[in-house]
Design a protein around this ligand. Sequence first.
Ligand code: SF4
Length: 265
Amino acid sequence: MRDNSRKQFEFSEKENAKVRGFKRDPVGDKEAEIESGILQKYKGRLLVMASNKCAVHCRFCFRKNMQKESIPNLPEKLRKILEKDKSIKEVILSGGDPLMLCNSELQAFFNAIPKPLKIRIHSRMATVLPNRFTPALQSLFKQLSSRLIFVAHINHPSELSKKSERVFSSLSKNGAMLLNQSVLLKGINDNAKILAELSEKLFSQRVLPYYLHQLDKAIGTAHFEVPIKKAKEIFKELKEILPGYLVPRFVREIKGKKSKIWINC
Ligand code: SF4
């Protein structure tokens, strides 16, 4: 199998094409904002744009056209919202990549989120910058123990390495639940065998496949879109290859909906 995974990060002239249906904010982040940098799309969960930076620039990113401003006093704003709204059970730290924050900035977020609320971190760092998981960061995570859900964003089996294995092993020993979400990307992982290999390799590093996303239609990403008919065929084949616990949920996000939409195949 050809490894085209680096194309996720390479600029292409195709990004300049204007394609109907592709938008600046395809999943309605702006409308979901209840405070600058804090979003609520779904019941019981808040999403915080904890950092506006990433260690890599994924060319298919659905937030690639969003304003990259840093928002002051976010942990304090979050604390105030959580004091008032007792319906929140989980806070999702997203961005950007929340692990671009330094440890003291991360600690400020953790301090703002009281027990027993779950803390979910969405990050690409385990594969793109595994050295970020220093002993100091791991001991921060250790405080959270089973309240921590770590969602890796890995699209291709070649992204996993001995280094990522060490990161996931430490996170798991510190009590975190490890999940992965991928985006189905034309020319990169639009193949059931590649996706099956990804699931198996994730499992060997203690990570369970969670979501496979149909591409969010952000301006400049159309060349990564797998047509839905082909996407469904790939997913059907994937289900036939893997045991159920290694099959991610195939979903798409639709602006304004109260949950992710499961795509039936
Ligand atoms: S790391 Fe995540 S937020 Fe950052 S560019 Fe990649 S997909 Fe987008």
